[in-house]
Design a protein around this ligand. Structure first.
Ligand SMILES: Nc1ncnc2c1ncn2[C@@H]1O[C@H](COP(=O)(O)OP(=O)(O)OP(=O)(O)O)[C@@H](O)[C@H]1O
Ligand SMILES: O=C(O)c1ccc[n+]([C@@H]2O[C@H](COP(=O)([O-])O)[C@@H](O)[C@H]2O)c1
Length: 213
């Protein structure tokens, strides 16, 4: 079975850490493609000052050179918080016979028990957790996932044999970049000098006067 990666985020804005993470997952799992899913209303964050449409446009610019990366705006068409379980329900209806793999950073995994209907996530997809700088160098597995863990060396094979139900941990560390730090830098620094985001995204931010105080 093909494995389709699902990478949700606020992407406020998308940065090189997101892109490096997605490339590592693509290569490790040999995904057919990865769908980038910008959240319209992130469930656990303040509503971003930058619109979902601008954030999605920046994702599109950032992934344009990678044919295996696709922008999926399905969360922009819904009202209310962008709960991942609802997105998975929708995508599972659209893609009934493929292995779906939700990709999250380790900081997100630590907070997973606070997600809406989190125990049902593995009924729809596999889960790949990627290490993030400043978190422990080992997966802090939630007890509820204990018999679902697969070693990363076997993950591509095991995930491809099943549409959902397993979890694995990728111990590579994407560059230590966060959207928060980029927003802070954009508010205080010369816009030409912001590292960590693709050039085209920086141009878009500049042209649309985003993130400036
Ligand atoms: N540098 C990174 N390394 C590893 N994982 C990352 C990195 N940046 C983002 N992620 C993961 O990507 C997903 C989407 O992240 P998000 O769009 O919230 O970016 P962020 O940089 O964490 O944003 P913010 O600083 O605004 O909280 C999350 O699961 C997060 O853990
Ligand atoms: O479904 C939930 O309850 C839930 C709670 C927090 C985060 N998420 C999703 O996790 C992804 C990363 O979230 P964030 O806030 O770190 O950008 C994004 O796709 C969010 O919609 C989902």
């Amino acid at each position: 079975m093909e494995i389709i990666g699902l990478f949700g985020g606020t992407f406020n804005p998308i940065h090189n850490g997101h892109l490096a993470l997605a490339l590592s997952v693509l290569n490790t799992l040999n995904c057919s493609h990865i769908r980038f899913l910008p959240a319209a209303i992130p469930p656990h964050k303040a509503i971003p000052a930058v619109t979902a449409q601008h954030r999605a446009n920046m994702v599109q610019l950032a992934i344009a050179d990678h044919p295996e990366f696709i922008l999926d705006t399905c969360e922009l068409d819904r009202q209310g918080p962008s709960y991942t379980i609802e997105t998975l329900h929708l995508l599972r209806n659209r893609l009934p016979d493929q292995a779906l793999c939700l990709i999250i950073g380790q900081d997100s995994y630590l907070k997973l028990p606070s997600w809406h209907r989190w125990l049902e996530l593995l009924d729809y997809c596999h889960l790949l957790v990627v290490h993030r700088a400043d978190t422990e160098h080992k997966l802090q597995l939630h007890a509820e996932h204990e018999n679902r863990l697969v070693d990363i060396a076997n993950a591509a094979e095991r995930f491809a044999e099943n549409t959902h139900g397993f979890i694995s941990y990728l111990p590579v560390t994407p560059p230590d970049i966060s959207s928060t730090r980029i927003r802070e830098a954009l508010a205080h620094a010369e816009i030409a000098s912001i590292p960590g985001i693709p050039e085209k995204v920086l141009h878009y931010i500049k042209a649309n006067h985003l993130y400036q105080s």
